[in-house]
Design a protein around this ligand. Structure first.
Ligand code: MN
Length: 199
């Protein structure tokens, strides 16, 4: 069975950028529901419940057809949120990458500010519910977006950092002002973790 991973900090740890109430609902209701529905959906194929979640989502098209949608939506939801919580840490003004990840963002996007601008633009223009990602694609870093709970790993790209732009991620505090949520979120990115995913 898949289980909800422990949150690496308290609900209020990301204040004032992400409020405690949003964190609590997002984690205990939304993320938990993806885990529950994934387990329910795979109940008749128990061998799949023992597999690694990243492998299931990566090899989506090789799965029996009747569970592909479950794994895409609820497996993706579980994987995406597990990546999301560990991509964040308590806020720091002037937060940014260092080391290898900084070198690569400079090479692929010009400089950190250009990267940040492109990523934020993608996040504010994404229509409906989905995610924006920094991915490693062969030797390059790219910014891509996915709809619903799709994960770029299904397209052969390795996710390094993902931003949840579903309304449930920000509506209580920011209502329709997605751009303000995106701007606040930059203070929370755990670049040490992103750097270790690159390795
Ligand atoms: Mn979410």
């Amino acid at each position: 069975m898949f289980t909800l991973p422990k949150l690496p900090y308290g609900y209020n740890a990301l204040e004032p950028y992400i409020d405690a109430r949003t964190m609590e609902i997002h984690y205990t209701k939304h993320h938990q529901t993806y885990v529950t529905k994934l387990n329910e959906g795979l109940a008749e194929l128990p061998d799949l419940l023992k597999k690694d979640l990243s492998e299931l989502v990566r090899d989506l098209n090789k799965l029996p057809e009747q569970v592909q949608k479950i794994v895409r939506n609820h497996g993706g939801g579980h994987l995406n949120h597990s990546l999301f919580w560990t991509s964040l840490r308590p806020g720091q003004e002037g937060n940014g990458p260092d080391g290898k990840i900084m070198e690569l963002t400079n090479t692929c996007f010009g400089d950190f500010d250009s990267f940040k601008q492109q990523f934020s633009d993608e996040a504010t223009k994404l229509f409906g519910s989905g995610w924006v990602w920094l991915v490693k694609d062969a030797d390059k870093l790219k910014i891509v977006s996915t709809v619903n709970q799709n994960n770029p790993i299904s397209n052969g790209q390795d996710p390094l950092l993902g931003l949840d732009v579903w309304e449930h991620a920000y509506y209580l505090k920011y209502q329709n002002k997605r751009a303000e949520y995106v701007e606040a979120w930059w203070q929370l990115v755990n670049w040490t973790e992103v750097g270790s995913r690159l390795k």
